[in-house]
Design a protein around this ligand. Structure first.
Ligand SMILES: NC(=O)c1ccc[n+]([C@@H]2O[C@H](COP(=O)([O-])OP(=O)(O)OC[C@H]3O[C@@H](n4cnc5c(N)ncnc54)[C@H](O)[C@@H]3O)[C@@H](O)[C@H]2O)c1
Length: 353
């Protein structure tokens, strides 16, 4: 007798669905099938359903009401995440996987926490590095590094996403975006907030683990970088934290997390988003000694979907929602202070010009 596979419903069929989740779900075809996909654009929904061999719709309500959809994946633009997470929880689905960020405000986060507690539906955030086997090996081997760390550096250098999306898989042609005319201050503020909540947010949960006093945040400096990026220096409790992200055309992508103490350090090199090429590599250094973990065969996306399978099977514990909310509030606080700083600096420059 064949065991029925778990039906997955996907809200939003853009590059992340096409280049990340569908190829990963393909590798889990003994566990999951894509039951239905939804996009507000019917052409996109229909084309992606053709690849996935699923039904399609332009209505989120219809997808959520589909009895064959047991797990809902939210890959819509960020501003829709909270309402769609809440609707999937209210429909009593087995689990919800929301792409990062879980929500875009503290109020939305609190509402998600309330509804998840009320309905008991487990929520997972698509922060794939937190599932990455290389990172998990680091968590099992860092002994007293968290207590001893004084400096955290988290840097991302990458070509613009479309290059990775194109390498990752065949995806539908992208719709060209047009940007409204903006003042320099609005542009700087938009870039900083978007970069922290869209890019840095991937590993801010990792940074937070190394900051026991994570609510005590002081901004030291914040700059936007040309053509796109950010450099933010913070004091968090007694830790120095540097966040650097730069989107360039150069071909030396880097995605790196470092925790540094006087006598030891951890360096984790992650594969870029979209890249299905094994796990991160974690290296501990202590004096002249070094120990390396990884790369392992599974990447963070596969580990994330394995966790979803275990969650539905009841063999994995749900994530602590308070941790996910604290991660989101941590990211929002950093985004808010850094955004205010670059806005103020740009306004001062405009006045003096
Ligand atoms: N985990 C990762 O590695 C990773 C990488 C990049 C982006 N992301 C996240 O994944 C999500 C999707 O990213 P993307 O680049 O595919 O986004 P996108 O904005 O390019 O595409 C989203 C799709 O959603 C559709 N859409 C618009 N409104 C909708 C609605 N109300 N309901 C459902 N669909 C709607 C759009 O038509 C589009 O096809 C974002 O939240 C982003 O932050 C994750």
């Amino acid at each position: 007798m064949t065991v029925p596979t778990i039906g997955v419903g996907i809200l939003g069929c853009g590059p992340v669905t096409q280049a990340i989740h569908l190829p990963t779900l393909d590798r889990f075809s003994e566990t999951f099938h894509v039951a239905r996909v939804m996009d507000v654009d019917p052409d996109v929904a229909k084309a992606v359903a053709g690849h996935a061999g699923s039904a399609w719709t332009t209505s989120a309500d219809e997808l959520i009401a589909d009895a064959d959809v047991q797990v809902v994946v939210i890959c819509s633009p960020n501003q829709f995440h909270a309402e769609q997470v809440i609707a999937a929880c209210r429909a009593g689905k087995k689990a919800v996987l929301a792409e990062k960020p879980l929500a875009v405000s503290r109020e939305e986060a609190q509402e998600i926490a309330r509804v998840s507690a009320e309905t008991g539906v487990p929520i997972v955030v698509g922060a794939m590095h937190t599932f990455d086997p290389g990172w998990l090996a680091a968590t099992e081997n860092w002994a007293d590094l968290i207590e001893k760390t004084h400096t955290i550096r988290y840097s991302i250098v990458l070509p613009p996403n479309p290059r990775f999306e194109d390498f990752a898989t065949e995806i539908l042609p992208r719709v060209e975006r047009t940007w409204p005319q903006q003042s320099a201050a609005d542009r700087a503020a938009g870039m900083m907030f978007g970069n922290i909540m869209g890019l840095a947010i991937h590993d801010l949960p990792l940074v937070r683990m190394f900051c026991p006093d994570f609510r005590d945040i002081e901004l030291l400096s914040a700059q936007t970088l040309s053509p796109g990026g950010y450099l933010v220096n913070l004091r968090i409790g007694d830790r120095s934290v540097q966040l650097y992200g730069h989107s360039t055309q150069s071909w030396r992508p880097e995605w790196r997390f470092e925790a540094i103490a006087d006598d030891q350090s951890l360096l984790v090199d992650f594969p870029n988003s979209y890249v299905h090429a094994g796990s991160a590599v974690a290296t501990f250094r202590n004096g002249d000694e070094s120990r390396t973990f990884g790369p392992y065969a599974a990447n963070g996306y596969e580990a994330e979907w394995q966790y979803m399978a275990d969650l539905v099977a009841g063999t994995a514990e749900p994530l602590d929602l308070q941790v996910l909310i604290d991660d989101l509030v941590f990211a929002l606080t950093i985004a808010d202070v850094a955004t205010a700083e670059v806005r103020q600096n740009a306004e001062k420059t405009e006045v003096s010009a």
